[in-house]
Ligand binder design. Structure first.
Ligand code: NAP
Length: 339
């Protein structure tokens, strides 16, 4: 039996949990927070254009991490799918008491760069798997998950310093095997495009997703609530988005020390498909901004800028977006605290 624990059972966590739960030898439990009452009473209701409408009842619905460690279950995989907000909290702390080093693999399904570091620092002997998803999903009310489109998830063992030609040591081999087992479970649960990546390739995928997130997300907020489609159709914003993407994609190979694969979409291709997508979907940062929540600024903007700077590289377009948006968030929060 494979025991999986989801920490951060919101849109992404609950969606993938509901697919893993279809696999006969997989028991999926969740640590909830604000949705605990609803999930404990009714499980998750999932509505998907691909998988239909169904209920996912977790093996255990836990109110907090303490309940998860008191359960005495040895977790094979602990999946973290909270929003990555290192400026607010170090979520690796939640995992203390849940990770059996040498056994439990930590799976991070989060946007951004540098999300793995707090986990490798706190659990140096644990296997960390790094995942990037392009799913579009939302928790529309507590315990109700709307899957809009796409399922692809790319996962690779986090083995900094390794290259595809490195002969991995014992730990690396274990991580590669754990990665394959997790991917197979997702595929058996119907996520056919769960993809197995090496460490180096997965970091390339992270940088490529940054090109999209770091251009669209902050610009949607700074342009006072535009959809991706509206921005890509506006000539000046189109030029701006293309400029940001090109900046990220030109810096990424220099930081990673290897060219990006040629099969990844180019800025032109991304903008062309965004111009066609009239669904009116808003980027997550805009949704967070509109709800007065903290945005994933540090992992989507701050960390790429800092990682590049360590190599002597500047990203002026990204830096401007970061500086402006960080101060906007600070001013918004100051104004809120005076109310
Ligand atoms: N949604 C998408 O379509 C999508 C697509 C691609 C990538 N992503 C990325 O996936 C990650 C997760 O995003 P999401 O959209 O799933 O966010 P979300 O719906 O806000 O889910 C995050 C969940 O984590 C919970 N949480 C946070 N801190 C917790 C804690 N200390 N203990 C227990 N639960 C905690 C939140 O609970 P509360 O409700 O109590 O805050 C919430 O249920 C982000 O990095 C995002 O950028 C999202």
């Amino acid at each position: 039996m494979m025991n999986v624990l989801i920490v951060g059972a919101g849109a992404v966590g609950a969606f993938y949990a509901s697919r893993l739960a279809q696999v006969p030898n997989c028991q999926v439990s969740v640590v909830c927070r604000s949705n605990y009452k609803a999930v404990a009473a009714n499980g998750f209701k999932v509505d998907s254009p691909k998988y239909g409408s169904y209920t996912f009842t977790p093996h255990r619905t836990l109110a907090n991490p303490r309940e998860a460690s008191d359960s005495n279950i040895v977790w094979d995989y602990v999946v973290v799918s909270t929003k990555a907000l290192p400026d607010v909290s170090d979520d690796s702390e939640i995992l203390v008491g849940l990770v059996k080093e040498g056994h439990t693999a930590i799976v991070l399904i989060q946007n951004g760069l540098g999300v793995e570091e707090p986990y490798t620092k706190r659990f140096p002997a644990a296997t960390v798997l790094s995942a990037v998803t392009i799913v579009s999903a939302a928790q529309t009310e507590p315990g109700v998950i709307k899957h809009n489109r796409w399922t692809r998830i790319s996962i690779g063992p986090y083995l900094p310093g390794s290259t595809d030609t490195t002969i991995h040591n014992g730990d690396g081999k274990t991580a590669i095997e754990r990665n394959k087992t997790f991917i197979k479970a997702l595929q058996d649960g119907g996520v056919k495009d769960a993809e197995d990546y090496s460490h180096a390739k997965l970091q390339m995928v992270r940088w490529h997703k940054i090109a999209i997130n770091a251009s669209m997300n902050p610009s949607a907020v700074l342009s006072n609530g535009s959809t991706n489609n509206a921005m890509s159709a506006d000539p000046e914003l189109h030029r701006h988005l293309k400029g940001v993407m090109e900046e990220v994609l030109s810096v990424a190979p220099k930081v990673l020390g290897t060219p990006l694969p040629t099969d990844l979409a180019t800025p032109e291709q991304i903008l062309k498909s965004t111009m066609k997508n009239t669904s009116g979907s808003k980027p997550s940062m805009l949704l967070d901004w509109e709800q007065g929540k903290k945005m994933e600024l540090e992992v989507i903007l701050g960390n790429p800028i800092r990682i590049a700077r360590e190599k002597g590289l500047e990203m002026p377009r990204l830096q401007s977006l970061y500086a402006l948006l960080r101060m906007s968030q600070e001013n918004r929060d100051k104004a809120k605290s005076k109310l």
